[in-house]
Design a protein around this ligand. Structure first.
Ligand code: C5P
Length: 409
């Protein structure tokens, strides 16, 4: 799941300085395709005005249960009922300590708490993003309330850590808008890999010639990072072994940075011991210099080119696919084939050569560094084409295709 198209969200603001982040969050939700209905408590109005939230959401904001305007198109003076009925979820961000305390008691003395209590509990999930001072967050009363909220079926998101508006430093900040968006996308993603451990290799490798030069390739790592993110959103615990790339770590993914093919091999072999799936999206260099020079190799003006000796790198994917766990069917291996022509035939041949159940073919020059791609999935039954789309969308589809094949055994 990579966008919120078709989703209708109620964004509730309770009182706290993190209300300023709710403005950016609202904009991010709308940009991601959601329709957003904002509801604010009176305390929230002390921090940000309904006018701001109305402009960003494109809808009238509701703040009072006594509001006589029609709500959600219904003219019955019952905004606490109408506003939640069409929602795919209610997100309270920020959720103050006081508001969480109200929720666990089922108190309903303002529109926001009343609406949460009156929502159809089986159909409209409630998600809260806590925001408060570190002492308030650590207080046993708040922690008790978090436990009770979870027991009541509410999704309580993590808090951030760091500097707080009061000048103190610690746990309790509201997550950043981009993190909240990530968590929301994960929330709506089908958990097809729940409880699975997924290992992904991504990016190029760097084979050093000397301390300043090396052999590498044009892999950006974007496809592998997208697969790691999609697997995490699908409920997997994800390890990402990344060659040298300048990409942010997907939220909730454990990343291990490596440089050479040998480093990548060591990391992958160790992590593969506990993985259920290995997706080899890395573009591993085929060769490395037999020896790395201790100092920069200098040209001496003679016109002579240094003679370099090369050795072949180990095939990481083939080695993992040949392991006992993979052969027993405990580790599902997926290879990538970046070709410049005949993608289908090359991917079919690669599948047999590497001994893996699934190979994902793509045209290298048409994908390197880009945000979109087109894939051909080749397995023992035939092939499936995934037409050109964003790498994020393709990764999502790929993850679900992998999950389906694993379920079939
Ligand atoms: O052999 P080739 O590089 O074309 O195969 C590509 C697939 O094999 C990719 O999945 C890549 O991550 C993996 N591979 C590997 N170790 C290598 C070379 C490729 O894991 N040394």
């Amino acid at each position: 799941m990579n966008d919120l198209a078709g989703k209708h969200l109620v964004l509730g603001l309770s009182g706290g300085i993190a209300c300023y982040k709710a403005a950016e969050l609202c904009r991010a939700l709308v940009k991601a395709g959601a329709t957003v209905q904002v509801v604010m408590s009176q305390a929230a109005e002390q921090f940000i005005t309904p006018v701001t939230m109305q402009a960003l959401s494109g809808r009238a904001v509701f703040t009072s249960q006594w509001d006589k305007r029609p709500s959600a198109g219904v003219d019955n003076q019952m905004p606490h009922i109408n506003l939640s009925r069409e929602a795919d979820a209610i997100l309270i961000a920020p959720a103050s300590a006081d508001f969480m305390a109200k929720l666990i008691h089922g108190r309903a003395d303002d529109l926001l708490s009343l609406m949460c209590l009156a929502r159809p509990i089986d159909r409209v999930p409630l998600i809260v993003a806590p925001a408060m001072n570190r002492e308030m967050w650590a207080h046993p009363a708040t922690q008790r309330n978090v436990t009770q909220l979870r027991a009541d079926g509410t999704r309580v998101l993590d808090v951030g850590q760091g500097e707080q508006a009061c000048g103190e430093t610690g746990d309790g900040r509201m997550l950043e808008p981009s993190e909240l968006l990530d968590d929301l996308l994960a929330f709506f993603t089908a958990k097809t890999l729940l409880g699975r451990r997924v290992l992904v290799s991504a990016g190029p490798t760097w084979e050093a010639l000397d301390p300043v030069r090396g052999l590498t390739n044009r892999s950006s790592g974007k496809m592998g990072f997208a697969v790691a993110q999609a697997a995490q959103r699908a409920g997997a615990q994800v390890d990402l072994v990344a060659g040298p790339v300048a990409l942010p770590t997907p939220r909730g993914v454990r990343r291990l940075d490596v440089s050479s093919a040998l480093d990548m091999q060591a990391a992958v072999l160790a992590l593969a011991e506990h993985a259920d799936v290995f997706v080899a999206a890395a573009a591993v260099a085929d060769w490395r210099p037999a020896q790395m020079a201790a100092h920069k190799i200098k040209k001496d003006g003679s016109g002579q080119v240094p003679l370099l000796e090369w050795v072949e790198n180990p095939d990481i994917l083939a080695a993992v696919a040949a392991s006992e766990r993979a052969k027993r069917g405990d580790l599902y291996c997926v290879g990538f084939a970046a070709e410049s022509r005949d993608v289908l035939a090359q991917a079919q041949a690669k599948r047999l050569r590497k001994g893996v159940p699934l190979v994902v073919g793509n045209l290298g020059p048409e994908t390197f560094g880009r945000d979109d791609n087109a894939l051909i999935l080749v397995d023992g039954r035939g092939h499936t084409e995934l037409p050109r789309a964003s790498k994020a969308d393709l990764a999502c589809r790929l993850v679900h295709e992998i999950a389906q094949r694993m379920a079939l055994g």
